[in-house]
Design a protein around this ligand. Structure first.
Ligand SMILES: [Zn+2]
Length: 200
């Protein structure tokens, strides 16, 4: 009898702790600052989230850090696709989606490939690195799937993020996982690198 009561107590406790009070699965990527983001983006699906330089960019969900670049090699003369992001961080969410943000000003030392991060973890400060030089500070935010390192043309974004940003802004959990997976199936794991892509 005592054991039964104990089991019931545990079950009640488990029910009390589950989803309603659990940490959110998704949060908006900018915290502590005002921001705006248009519904459009040049050339391919991604969202530029405009805010002030130095504002905090955080992990929208929990996952593991994928690629990190702390050196700005971009030049307006070459405008190489691989350099456009400037300082960036990508991570693979527990939902399987790769989240990418670029044009950062700085990235904490602790953010290294392979490091597990929880939702809301500080990943960098907003800036104007890479091809954002001379523009209003923003993060370029892209959703894609895991590819070999330096696959910049997939990493930069494959599906439109703004509707997910809308949900996260409103405190709703909305996962891009299904849409990203559908796009991966349609495009193939590794679409070819664009040749002579002009910047628009
Ligand atoms: Zn962009």
């Amino acid at each position: 009898m005592r054991l039964k009561a104990f089991t019931i107590a545990i079950l009640l406790l488990a029910t009390t702790i589950s989803p309603a009070q659990a940490a959110p699965n998704y949060v908006f990527p900018i915290v502590g600052c005002e921001y705006t983001y248009p519904r459009a983006h040049h050339s391919y699906p991604a969202t530029d989230v405009f805010t002030d330089a130095g504002c905090r960019y955080v992990a929208v969900t929990s996952g593991v850090i994928d690629e990190v670049n702390r050196i700005d090699s971009w030049s307006g003369k070459t405008n190489l696709g691989i350099d456009r992001g400037g300082l960036y961080v990508s991570f693979i969410g527990d939902d399987g989606v790769r989240y990418y943000a670029s044009h950062l000003k700085s990235i904490p030392k602790s953010i290294q490939p392979g490091v597990a991060v929880k939702v809301g973890r500080f990943l960098g400060k907003v800036g104007t690195s890479g091809s954002a030089r001379g523009t209003k500070p923003h993060i370029h935010f892209g959703l894609s799937w895991s590819t070999p390192p330096q696959t910049w043309w997939v990493r930069r974004g494959m599906v439109w993020p703004w509707k997910y940003l809308d949900a996260w802004k409103d405190g709703k959990d909305r996962s891009p996982a299904k849409e990203v997976e559908a796009k991966r199936v349609k495009s193939g794991d590794l679409p070819p690198e664009p040749v002579n892509e002009k910047r628009k």
